[in-house]
Design a protein around this ligand. Structure first.
Ligand code: TXA
Ligand code: MG
Length: 343
């Protein structure tokens, strides 16, 4: 299939209405959209991404009037969250409506729904007038795309077109919260923080990360490898001297080492390749640059990537969640006297 790289909003809407798959910008990451009510359209998303069929998709709407088509119940706390955070980076899991394709929900009785705030996404959704299922527009397992070029790198030739809206604003995906339980559970930290949510509906629970693929979590996406660069990665926790010692040990063992650090630490360490992602004092700047940096490592000849551990408060909670997944939860800690051999 020839992918059209310069879709207008109207062209993208026409393709979506005819059952095709197109990538479009949202404020979090680029999404890969298709008509959420049409099985054959949704199957094209799974095929293009190589996504496991048991990992459900998020449905995007441009108007709350579309909610009736997607969800069958709207608990009060979900309504409050919508009023507070929509349009925006919050996906709410609710009991599903019949008309939503079974392929979207992967057979679950629930569906995740969100109204994105990106003006291009909103205009597109309002032009299409259909609920649009859209996972992140990357090949399954790779970092999510934060530019149209990332989408093209992964999906050129596999999708009908790309709507280019420039670089995204947040850089990590939406927060996913299950409002079918009391208290609600955050399945995935993201663009809206736990503290912001609790200020609106009171205490919520953060689901524990899943490290073992045999265990069936309530949110299927939690069990898959995600956001990973090609080279194995580990997070280093300890002093600057410890970090450098881990690097030196790997180089002595013949490995070429890539580092992911904040701008202020660019000159702190020596390694084969050093890539930076934002300013340590500003979690948003790290979120905005994280996936591009993870992708950029694939352009370099390296055998291992070591990353700094970033602050995990506010948006940093989502950043560290993605970094842990990208590294397969490999953390090398000075306080436990760990070495790479312990990974
Ligand atoms: O920011 C975002 O959320 C982006 C943009 C494009 O909107 N989309 C996105 O979609 O990140 P995706 O498919 O990459 O991640 C959706 C996550 C997965 O972890 C999936 O398992 C979970 O949401 N999810 C979707 N529906 C669910 C459901 N009914 N129950 C539990 N988890 C669900
Ligand atoms: Mg994704």
């Amino acid at each position: 299939m020839k992918t059209k790289h310069t879709l207008t909003i109207q062209e993208a809407a026409t393709l979506l209405r005819s059952g095709e798959v197109v990538a479009f910008p949202t404020e979090t990451v680029y999404g890969l959209g298709a008509d959420a009510t049409r099985d054959t359209a949704i199957e094209k998303i799974y095929a293009a991404k190589g996504r496991p069929g048991d990992n459900p998709l998020i449905v995007h709407i441009g108007d709350v009037a579309q909610l009736d088509q997607v969800v069958s119940e709207l608990p009060d706390r979900a309504k409050k969250l919508m009023d507070a955070f929509w349009p925006g980076a919050l996906t709410i899991i609710l009991p599903r409506q019949e008309g939503v394709s079974d392929a979207v929900t992967a057979g679950l009785e629930t569906v995740g729904v969100r109204m994105p705030s990106h003006p291009v996404a909103l205009e597109l959704l309002r032009a299409v007038k259909l609920p649009i299922a859209a996972p992140s527009a990357n090949v399954s397992g790779r970092p999510s795309p934060t530019t149209a070029q990332h989408v093209a790198d992964d999906l050129d030739g596999k999708i009908a077109g790309i709507l280019d809206g420039g670089a995204v604003e947040i850089g990590v995906e939406s927060t996913v919260i299950d409002c079918t339980t009391d208290p609600p559970v955050i399945f995935r930290p993201g663009g809206v923080t736990k503290a912001e949510i609790e200020a609106v509906i009171g205490p919520v629970v953060m689901a524990q990360p899943v490290k073992n693929a045999d265990f069936a979590p309530k949110s299927p996406g939690m069990k898959y490898t995600h956001y990973a660069p090609d080279a194995p990665m580990a997070i280093i926790q300890g002093s600057d001297a410890f970090f450098q010692r881990v690097i030196d040990d790997a180089q002595r063992a013949g490995k070429r080492v890539g580092l992911l650090v904040t701008e202020e630490h660019r000159a702190t360490y020596t390694a084969d390749v050093i890539l930076t992602c934002g300013n340590g004092q500003e979690p948003l700047s790290i979120a905005q640059n994280l996936y591009a940096a993870l992708r950029a490592f694939n352009e370099h000849d390296i055998d291992v990537i070591y990353s700094e551990s970033f602050a995990d408060t506010g948006l940093g909670e989502a950043v560290m969640n993605r970094l842990l997944k990208a590294s397969g939860h490999r953390v090398i800690r000075e306080d436990l006297n760990q070495t790479e051999g312990d990974m």
